[in-house]
Design a binder for this molecule. Structure first.
Ligand code: ATP
Ligand code: IP8
Length: 259
């Protein structure tokens, strides 16, 4: 059992509203299709989510009626992206089924309140590949907020205990600091769970769910379940495939340790 997050920084151009990186997405779909294990796929929202979510301040919760338009547009956009991902996966021969977060999760002040993952189990048992994504969702305290793909990775890891979790981003792995800003940033090929908290991060793109900092917290939580987590560059051929199949590849590995 594997759990994969396709980062929005890989499958979209995060600087341009609603722009998909189709060639990369299709190549990734082919790589995933070559893997034999059962797999759950999560994808980020990229520029289909973060730009509008920031403009309408959706992660702050409801404050004005105008946000309803923003919520609906953002939800529509992430579903458009999700359909493009499904097209790509099914074209590569992967029988994928979309499970939108708004239908199975409710938050309370951005933390999970009610989560029902039954459909994932059924989908897997029927030999389909479940696909879910960062989305806008209801929130009992804030009326609505954002459920990031990285939060979904924690919940799915807890429930399905995958042998390995892979995050594909647009960098070669986790660096000592943001490699897009600092030329002297060092790629960290192996990290303990504790070392994750010492890494410097900052936002590269507009991002309402914490960017790399949020991801490092999610990774720490998953590694704390005793599951190995690998972060690789989805823009580079074969790295996702090699990470999923436990082959050596450039990237960062965080070995699972039960806490
Ligand atoms: P999405 O939330 O849209 O799915 P994603 O999962 O692809 O996005 P981001 O949140 O965009 O990932 O994080 C990736 C970005 O984090 C990279 O483009 C990189 O510039 C930035 N970054 C910041 N600090 C670091 C760091 N220490 N190591 C690696 N990348 C970093
Ligand atoms: O891209 C964010 O999910 P992420 C979802 O996985 C929205 O962080 C709607 C911005």
């Amino acid at each position: 059992m594997l759990l994969l997050k396709l980062g929005g920084s890989v499958i979209t151009d995060k600087n341009r509203l609603n722009v998909v990186r189709k060639r990369i997405l299709n190549r990734l779909s082919k790589e995933i299709s070559m893997v034999d294990d059962k797999i759950i796929i999560v994808h980020g929202a990229g520029s289909f989510g973060h730009i509008l979510a920031e403009r309408y301040r959706l992660n702050d919760g409801y404050s004005n009626e105008n946000q309803l338009e923003g919520f609906a547009l953002t939800h529509r956009n992430v579903r458009v992206l999700n359909n493009i991902v499904l097209d790509s996966l099914t074209s590569a021969g992967i029988p994928s089924i979309s499970i939108p977060p708004i239908s199975f999760i409710e938050l309370d002040n951005r933390k999970p309140k009610q989560v029902n993952l039954k459909t994932f189990r059924k989908t897997l048992d029927s030999n389909f590949v479940p696909v879910t994504f960062g989305d806008v969702v209801f929130d009992v305290s804030l009326h609505f907020s954002i459920c990031s793909g990285d939060l979904l990775m924690i919940l799915l890891a807890k429930e399905f205990k995958p042998d390995r979790v892979v995050f594909a981003i647009d960098e070669d792995g986790i660096y000592s600091k943001n490699p897009k800003k600092y030329k002297n940033a060092r790629l960290l090929t192996e990290l303990s769970r504790d070392e994750l908290s010492k890494i410097t991060t900052d936002l590269t793109y507009s991002d309402v769910t914490g960017g790399m900092e949020g991801k490092l917290n999610s990774i720490a939580e998953i590694a704390g379940m005793g599951i190995d987590v690998v972060v690789v560059n989805g823009n580079k051929r074969d790295r996702v495939y090699r990470a999923l199949t436990r082959r050596r590849t450039k990237g960062t590995i965080i070995y699972g340790e039960v806490t």
